[in-house]
Design a protein around this ligand. Structure first.
Ligand code: 16G
Ligand code: MG
Length: 594
């Protein structure tokens, strides 16, 4: 896959925008055993001024379907791919405006629907430092997506431009990437139509994991500054992670091979490439579920979401007692680990366990490095297992905050700590180092050989961990590095605490938007009275906890429950689900206990 940049000479002169150059070896080379899904595109120079006329002409090919209300949700727009054409076009326009607003900074567009089934797709925008789109702009994206016709489209654009005092003559730069979904190329075409119509330059970053796109955006925007994040190429990404990993595990005995279920998604070829760069003498993985060309295979009976939600092995898995295993989701931004105990029981090491392991390791390193002015904090959501929170606060004695579901909430909260470890139970998360912490780590001088080693390892960790967003490849290397250091099996890691049994139940209701929550989604404010009924149920169970919230990615309401025993947990989950169904407009079949 080749990189393509569309840029006019005058635009290039206005702001230096370095297109991705093909490094050597070519990071986009097709791997021998993986079919190239997308033919290389041709480079076309298209540049024009930003005019509504051009936009309206191009928009005629991408009309909004009638009678659909779109929402920029937790992770952008996500739905059946067949409904996304107009959305893609309009997201392209928003990306261009956002870039112009930020003086031509590169804005990222990722086309993926993560762990959703293959027929779905989605799109989300990435801000200049590789973080999620600023929330106030989600509202603009939503209103533009819902403009019923071209007049409304122009009016909405004019309003966004006026409200943000955007100079449309400023340059704009977009970097986009997509995952392995078959609907990707058509959606890319719709996106490009908008970007070209708006006269913007853009770079096709090709087939990528979501976190690779976030990385690319941050690198491009920080290139040549004191804050440079890395080389803005795929090989640059692999090299950064590989160098850090090699350094951290350098004098340690390597672990047994890790089975990695790649959800039949983009993680498969990318993990293969990463391992090639690190070297098979340093890390060994057995990649399973790598059928990226097979129709319907993506996320089907595999992947992090399947394993976490069902708390079971993917069917057909050959993982047995003594093996180490992990699963990615379809766009490789989530990671869970698991193993089979000697008695045959499946044991999950989810995002909460990864948070505990990382926080413990980093706290120990900070201590050993003699930089204990650096304070570590952990950010969780209401889905964090109660016993994980107890472990963090009582055993590690680390401050823990609880925020609403969705990476943007966790990320922002984690930025408040010197080192902010954030993970959702579903396996999405990362560790953020504040500018001050980075400075301390970079300038620290060890007074003993042990301190010097610990400082070097901390430094390597700051490169190993993707600072832009949760990243399954980077997180996997983090876990592998820690386990290598401790020479721990998954069972040893699992000893930290035992999860309370927990259960998630989905309830379909007529209108999920009537569910309003407070206290980081742990309590319902509306529908009125429902929370009191839930509380009354919860009180009947030992260590019981349950909460209800509307999904941000599916048209459903989610019920979470945990309690002291499996039987109590299941009973509590279904009693709450029945309550929601009966009192808050359940539709279809009443939740049935299984
Ligand atoms: C999205 C979020 C994820 C969250 C999940 C919740 C991002 C990048 N992803 O996948 O963090 O856990 O939604 O889904 O923010 P739900 O609202 O359907 O429960
Ligand atoms: Mg994902």
């Amino acid at each position: 896959m080749s990189d393509i940049t569309h840029q006019s000479p005058e635009m290039a002169a206005r702001r230096p925008f370095t297109p991705f150059t093909k490094p050597s070896p070519d990071p986009f080379r097709p791997l021998p055993h993986i079919p190239l899904l997308y033919p290389p595109s041709r480079t076309i120079q298209i540049m024009s001024a930003f005019t509504f006329e051009n936009i309206v002409t191009a928009s005629a090919l991408h009309p909004k379907p009638q009678n659909i209300q779109f929402t920029y949700g937790t992770a952008g727009f996500r739905m059946k791919a067949s409904l996304l054409d107009s959305i893609m076009f309009r997201v392209g326009l928003i990306a261009v405006l956002r870039s112009k607003k930020l003086d031509g900074s590169v804005i990222g567009v990722m086309i993926t629907a993560s762990h959703n089934p293959e027929e779905d797709n989605g799109v989300k925008l990435v801000d200049p430092r590789g973080e999620m789109l600023e929330q106030s702009w989600e509202v603009y994206a939503t209103s533009l997506a819902n403009a019923p016709n071209d007049d409304a489209l122009v009016e909405t654009l004019e309003r966004i431009i006026a409200q943000n005092k955007i100079d449309v003559n400023k340059p704009s730069n977009i970097l986009y990437a997509y995952d392995t979904r078959p609907s990707g190329p058509a959606l890319v075409a719709s996106l490009e139509d908008a970007i070209k119509a708006a006269g913007s330059s853009y770079t096709n970053f090709g087939l990528k994991t979501t976190p690779q796109l976030h990385y690319g955006v941050r690198c491009l925007n920080t290139q040549g500054t004191n804050d440079a994040y890395g080389e803005p190429t795929e090989i640059g990404y692999y090299n950064k992670l590989a160098t850090a990993f090699r350094q951290i595990v350098s004098d340690k005995q390597r672990l047994s091979p890790l089975y990695v279920d790649c959800a039949n998604g983009v993680g498969a070829p990318k993990l293969r490439e990463l391992i090639e760069v690190i070297g098979e003498d340093i890390i060994s993985v057995n990649i399973v579920n790598d059928k990226i060309g097979v129709e319907g295979a993506l996320n089907h009976n595999c992947g992090a979401d399947y394993v976490k939600t069902g708390q079971r092995l993917p069917p057909g898995s050959t993982v047995t007692s003594g093996d180490r295993a992990a699963s990615f989701d379809g766009d490789a931004d989530r990671l869970v680990y698991y193993y089979v105990d000697t008695d045959g029981t499946f044991r999950l090491l989810d995002g909460d366990k990864i948070a505990g392991l990382s926080a413990m390791f980093i706290m120990d390193l900070v201590q050993a490095a003699g930089v204990d002015s650096i304070k570590v904090g952990v950010v969780q959501t209401a889905y964090a297992n109660g016993n994980s929170t107890t472990y963090l606060t009582k055993v590690l004695k680390v401050p823990v905050s609880c925020v609403s579901t969705g990476v943007k909430h966790l990320h922002h909260e984690a930025e408040k700590y010197d080192v902010g470890v954030y993970f959702e139970a579903n396996g999405h998360g990362t560790v953020l180092f504040s500018a001050e912490a980075l400075q301390t780590i970079r300038t620290a001088k060890g007074r003993t050989p042990a301190q010097t080693t610990a400082i070097a390892q901390l430094r390597a960790l700051t490169d190993l961990i993707n600072q832009t967003v949760g990243d399954a490849l980077s997180d996997m290397l983090l876990v592998e590095a820690i386990l290598t250091h401790r020479q721990w099996s998954l069972k040893e890691w699992d000893q930290a605490y035992t999860d309370l049994p927990n259960r998630l139940v989905k309830v379909v209701v007529a209108n999920r938007h009537i569910f309003k929550t407070t206290n980081a989604e742990r309590q319902l404010v509306e529908p009125a009275g429902l929370q009191a009924d839930i509380d009354a149920l919860v009180a009947k169970y030992t260590s019981g906890r349950s909460f209800v919230r509307a999904s941000g990615t599916e048209d459903a309401v989610r019920v979470y429950a945990e309690a002291a025993t499996r039987a109590e947990t299941d009973e509590l989950a279904f009693r709450v689900a029945e309550l929601v169904f009966d009192k808050a407009g359940g539709v279809g079949t009443r939740p049935a206990r299984v």
